[in-house]
Write a protein that binds this ligand. Structure first.
Ligand code: PMP
Length: 307
């Protein structure tokens, strides 16, 4: 990760290296933190953040599920994210807002003595996975169960599930893990959602156990706008083996074609036409080249403009 100049911490921008916290912060011990991952892109005229409102909404949804009293409003966090990107003068990259229970008292259940701390950082970030199409393996770990936690909140502690699935394929030929749910239906990858293509139509797991991705929602909007059939439904892993195409979606991975699952080549093993089409449209949207989706971008005022 390349350091940038400033991190927003508790209401103000401070030098990157000064943004620290106490080692007895509650969130560090119990995973009682929530976060977002947001991308910003270079457009023809400026830099723009993709779907900032949706990310701020999900951020607040997650904080609410952990009963975090938020010291800032949605508008203040939205503005702080814009300010952080503008101040760092990075053309494109990734933004990480994090809210965590801080240093107070070590009791497990947070109370009035457990403060909430918020930071926002951003840094330049290119491709998350170097490959143009990836090989996946079904994990022996299942996706976190919605009766064990709030599976659609982006809670830091949840990511131990993703980390374990990732560690299990480390030093293997596989680039990503596929997690099934407790009933054996396809859920998602370690930090992205999955789509398959069959007979020209898109299929993606219905909500329930998954994190409801902002990129997933964008693909659903693209399908609607450009007339591609799409169903949100439960399906099993065997449907992926016999799919014509498959891809992952996520802020980090964007639209990432899947070449194989469990050594079974999907379709022709090449990036298929629907995946290619969705990817082209997605890239046009995030770079401000699709007028139908221009409301998805929050433009950063150029340097020198009255911010
Ligand atoms: N699932 C999980 C578990 C994730 O961490 C992410 C990344 N936020 C996604 C799906 C994709 O969500 P989004 O498109 O909002 O990045």
């Amino acid at each position: 990760m390349q350091a940038t100049k400033f991190i927003w911490q508790q209401g103000k921008l401070i030098p990157w290296q000064d943004a620290t916290t106490h080692v007895l912060a509650h969130g560090l011990h119990y995973g009682s933190a929530v976060f977002e991952g947001i991308r910003f892109y270079k457009t023809k005229d400026d830099t723009a953040i993709f779907k900032l409102t949706e990310h701020v909404d999900r951020f607040f949804y997650s904080t609410k599920q952990l009963a975090m009293p938020m010291p800032y409003s949605k508008k203040q966090i939205f503005d702080a994210i814009v300010e952080t990107v503008a101040a760092n003068e990075v053309e494109s990259g990734y933004i990480r807002p994090l809210a965590f229970y801080g240093y107070g008292w070590m009791k497990l259940v947070p109370d009035a003595n457990t403060p909430v701390e918020i930071i926002i950082a951003c840094w330049p970030w290119g491709k998350y996975i170097a490959q143009d199409a990836i090989d996946m393996a079904t994990s022996s770990y299942i996706r976190i169960h919605p009766k064990s936690t709030v599976a659609n909140a982006k809670i830091s502690g949840h990511y131990v599930n993703s980390i374990l699935a990732g560690l299990a394929i480390k030093n293997t030929p596989y680039h990503e893990a596929l997690l099934l749910d407790a009933e054996g239906y396809v859920a998602e990858a370690s930090s992205s959602n999955i789509f398959i293509v069959k007979n020209g139509a898109l299929i993606t797991p219905a909500v329930g156990t998954i994190l409801e991705g902002v990129t997933r929602a964008t693909v659903i909007e693209i399908a609607k706008h450009y007339g591609i059939a799409l169903t949100e439904t439960k399906f099993i892993r065997d449907e992926i083996y016999t799919a014509d195409e498959a891809f992952l979606t996520g802020t980090a991975v964007e639209i990432l074609p899947i070449k194989s699952l469990d050594d079974r080549i999907i379709g022709t093993g090449k990036v298929g036409p629907i995946t290619k089409k969705i990817n082209t449209i997605f890239q046009a949207i995030v770079h401000g080249e699709d007028p139908a989706f221009k409301q998805t971008l929050t433009h950063i005022p150029p340097k020198g403009a009255n911010r």
